[in-house]
Design a protein around this ligand. Sequence first.
Ligand code: ATP
Ligand code: MG
Length: 353
Amino acid sequence: MPARRKREELALGLDIGSHAVKICELASTGNGYRLKGLGSALLPPDSLEDGALVAPEEVARVIAALIANLKPKTKKVAFSVSGYSVIVKKINLEVMTTEELDKHIHEEAEQYIPFDIDDVYLDCQDLHTNTEEEERTDVMLVAAKKEVVDGYLEMLQSIGLKPVVVDVDAFALENAFETSFSQDENVALVDIGASKMNLNLLAGGSSALARDVVLGGRQLTEQIAKALNLSFDEAEELKLGRTAAPDQETQETIARLVRETCTQWSAEIKRALDFYQTNHPDDPIQRLVISGGGAKLAGLADFLGRETGLPAEIFNPFARAEVDESVINPAYLKAVAPEMVLAAGLATRPAEF
Ligand SMILES: Nc1ncnc2c1ncn2[C@@H]1O[C@H](COP(=O)(O)OP(=O)(O)OP(=O)(O)O)[C@@H](O)[C@H]1O
Ligand SMILES: [Mg+2]
């Protein structure tokens, strides 16, 4: 765990997913975290499209209700973006000072970004991979469309929140991992949401490959709805096992679609693992850690374990956090923990900006 200043004020972690908003409040205990509160609420369908807000008022209403319920101490929030409008790229540059890098990154970035450079917010971080022999270093470049980021900022400000950190989903995932696991292992973090999968392969404590794939739990619900001629909501209830399949044929259809979806997800994960393996043959990934609502699909962890040959487990971002069980119901916490990973990662960010 990274050394942290004592009891610094932390931002409220807010993960605005296409299916649900998740919120998490942590307190710093000096050498770890205490979980103060968490909550989630479904969003109306089509509130987000490919990571961009399309129904800001509806989303604002849902978040305001969650905040009213949670009553967090701070109004400062950390949120993250992903999707088409966000570009994350690792580039290799000559070693330079932070000031030089900040100046240089603008012209350097143009070749990697498919948008007008004036339309994006740019950020970069030196990963300090240079050695005595090699005067070059890897730099993580992040660009996000201003229009999309500003849409979130305005929406959050409209309900009295103060956004202090804008992160990227894949990095929030990494942050959550760093607070809950030992960093000695090389792992593949896979967050499977409703409409996308974030993959982040960590080696030697930093991200070696981060990618978003447009696959998720919604696609399975849509396939069930189509195959059985049901509404989306009816299909979702069947998928989650909240309603029982009326007959064996229906049950078999669902099982087949679940299998096909798991196979497709697994193929994407294997593709990323293969790509990594080709570039780092001597430093293999040792474990899969899966999260997001999609990770709760029955049998998925075992299936992925068999397919990839790596041990696979479901991410509990609160494994090392102090939890007051008189305030937070342990059964509820266990059930929602896999979906809370991004919010938990965001909630570790300091609020002082
Ligand atoms: N027990 C479960 N079994 C199978 N799927 C589940 C289960 N619980 C939740 N899901 C699915 O997980 C998805 C929601 O997960 P999550 O809350 O992580 O998505 P999101 O963050 O809102 O979406 P995204 O990150 O893609 O924008 C939905 O498709 C939901 O049907
Ligand atoms: Mg998500």
